[in-house]
Design a binder for this molecule. Sequence first.
Ligand code: ZN
Length: 243
Amino acid sequence: MRRSSSATLCRRVSGPAVHHARSLTTHAQRHARALCRLRPATVPPVAEHHEQLEEAPEPPTFDPETLARRRAALAHVRKFGDPVLRSKARPVDRFDDELRDEIARMGVLMHDAYGIGLAATQVGILHRVLVYRVEPDSPINALVNPELDWSSKDTEWAEEGCLSLPAVHVDVERPIHVRVTARDERGEEILVEASGLEARVIQHEMDHLDGVLILDRTPRDQRKEGMKALRAALEAAAEADAD
Ligand code: ZN
């Protein structure tokens, strides 16, 4: 999953989901809200704002070296149209060095691609493995064979991006809180209770393990717009490759 811009989160906080935003508990969310306070009090309507986000190029703060590393990482991430993204991943039954290498590689790719989550299917591996990190400086979390144990009835909408869907930013409704059981990279059982952005990333990546994409979870009009942006981005990338 790709981190939404602060503008996106601001839009959410200042929009209809404001009462939900107050219940978010992770540090990342507090950070996002802190960023929001720096923005003007008047936020354009959703549709107008969305256009601006769609048109925005890659974040301008990246230096050429970081950008090159990001492009190289993204080249390893399978894009829309690759059948592996629609495949159901299989549970892991061997917790060996090979698995740990796989998880380490996924972590590096996610980091270099400036993602906040990555599922094994996105790198062409049909294992029920995902990595995520919602805080830039915290260690990368890995969940093997994650299972949703419980999710809250409370839901909220927020904009999501996906490393496999270039240029797509669509709104997705998800439960705000989840409890997930999983194994760590050594096969030890773990329990994750997550809220807000962390819960959202975990759910996004678990969807990938079942071949589900954010385009499947967004309202029809946004799916149409998303597909249009996606096709243009994929065509531009193909042309750049051909040059
Ligand atoms: Zn994704």
